[in-house]
Design a protein around this ligand. Structure first.
Ligand SMILES: NC(=O)c1ccc[n+]([C@@H]2O[C@H](COP(=O)([O-])OP(=O)(O)OC[C@H]3O[C@@H](n4cnc5c(N)ncnc54)[C@H](O)[C@@H]3O)[C@@H](O)[C@H]2O)c1
Length: 423
């Protein structure tokens, strides 16, 4: 356990929202930047638009496009740009809501390609966000592209739109996973992301747009505001335990790898291209500890937990699955009655106990995708970033536990979105 003295001496060094917006790349990301700037991965379109350009993925995507030579990148986000974002002459920050069609039309004017990446992401948002952002927002981006004559769109998709409530994904390819629409989804997030993707697929089939969907899985890396902060907060207050048998196999995607996949997918967007409308998953692939393409989730998480100086998860008793199932049921019921988001609902439980890894053969064959960052380097580099940047802001007094409210970092962002979203 971290010593009491260390805990009490910790001060909040930086406002939390700004923690994940500074253009301060980790040592590994600096190497990627160099390769990007050298032209290692080829040219990118001149005029790019990234929706959700201030999110975890979107921000690195904007940066990567500029590093690879884009002349203008519009970063469209409902969150205004904090003072510490990268101020580069090629980046134009536009603050607007996807639900506001006029604002989206304005932002996408003259674009060569739109990366539609903004979304209501994860299980912790108020219910109305999902339909508004992921369906109506996506429809608006499509309409804006049609109106402006923008032909190309790369869509940030999620594999969870293909998960069923009962089956594991244990090394399937995209073709082996169930296609959308599904009868039931694991969460509102997955259902609405699928609905948005289906609208784009339909428009692509009708020749209205050239589109491809690219998904990551469990994106990690510096500036993550969802995955690691939520688990580390719970671990930091001593409330995280290994769930069930602790053997779930998971594929991860370093944020720079996902951005690479999204960027190179644009090259497949041409009239009658064979890959139009398809869905791809990009992960760290063979660079995982298990070269088939996965890590054992709890083993990797424990490295991050121990890396923060917290007690190893293996020093505590695991919680049996049946008990977790009851707790998740209660949390979901409380959430439904009170509207409060509790961390351990059915979605989170399912995500932390099922196998979720994919063979990325289609992305490799069709897009020419290979990770630009290896998991072996990416995971320690991320842990180091969290130790240097996140840990000094972690305050056990305000941190959320394992089943309770969501991480401060996530809450801060939700609040900004909620205040600004068109009602
Ligand atoms: N992070 C992951 O593990 C993961 C996994 C699968 C898929 N994805 C997909 O990747 C994309 C990016 O995810 P992320 O992890 O960067 O999430 P994020 O929450 O960090 O970023 C999403 C961004 O969209 C913006 N946004 C939300 N509502 C908006 C609105 N109404 N108008 C304009 N902007 C709005 C948010 O402010 C935020 O900056 C999403 O489409 C998500 O579905 C992410």
């Amino acid at each position: 356990m971290r010593s009491r003295a260390l805990r009490t001496s910790r001060v909040l060094m930086a406002p939390r929202v700004e923690l994940y917006t500074a253009y301060e790349l980790s040592p590994l990301q600096q190497k990627v930047r160099e390769a990007n700037q050298k032209g290692t991965y080829g040219p990118v379109p001149k005029r790019c638009v990234v929706t959700g350009g201030l999110g975890f993925v979107g921000q690195r995507l904007v940066e990567s496009l500029v590093e690879r030579g884009a002349e203008q990148v519009v970063s469209f986000d409902i969150v205004p740009p904090p003072a510490n974002v990268w101020k580069h002459e090629a980046i134009k920050y536009i603050t607007g809501d996807l639900c506001d069609l006029e604002a989206v039309v304005e932002a996408t004017k003259g674009a060569d390609c739109v990366w539609h990446n903004a979304a209501a992401v994860g299980p912790f948002l108020p219910k109305h966000f999902y339909k508004n952002v992921n369906v109506i927002g996506t429809r608006n981006v499509l309409d804006a592209c049609k109106k402006n004559g923008v032909r190309k769109m790369v869509f940030s998709a999620t594999p969870s739109s293909r998960f069923t409530c009962t089956d594991d994904v244990d090394g399937q390819t995209e073709a082996q996973m169930p296609d959308i629409p599904q009868e039931r989804y694991v969460a509102e997030y997955s259902a609405t992301k699928a609905e948005g993707e289906l609208e784009l697929r339909k428009a692509c089939k009708a020749g209205e747009i050239l589109f491809v969907a690219v998904a990551p899985h469990t994106v990690y890396g510096p500036r993550d505001n969802l995955f690691l902060p939520n688990l580390l907060e719970a671990a930091g207050v001593g409330k995280l335990r290994i769930f069930g048998s602790g053997t779930s196999r998971v594929g991860y995607t370093h944020v720079d790898n996902y951005c690479h996949g999204l960027i190179i997918a644009e090259k497949q967007l041409y009239e009658n291209g064979p890959h139009l409308g398809k869905f791809y998953v990009c992960t760290d692939g063979a660079t995982h500890p298990h070269p088939e393409g996965y890590s054992v989730f709890w083993e990797e998480l424990d490295q991050a937990v121990v890396g923060m100086g917290f007690d190893s998860l293996y020093s505590k008793m695991a919680v049996p699955f049946f008990l977790l199932r009851i707790i998740a049921f209660i949390c979901d019921a409380i959430g439904a009655v009170t509207g409060k988001k509790l961390k351990l609902g059915w979605f989170t439980l399912r995500m932390l106990t099922m196998h979720r890894w994919f063979r990325i053969t289609a992305a490799q064959n069709d897009l020419g995708y290979q990770p630009v960052v290896s998991y072996r380097e990416g995971w320690p580099d991320t842990i180091e970033w969290f130790r240097n940047k996140w840990l000094p802001t972690f305050d056990p007094k305000t941190a959320s536990g394992a089943t309770g409210g969501v991480a401060q970092q996530t809450q801060d962002k939700v609040k900004i979105q909620n205040d600004r979203m068109m009602k």
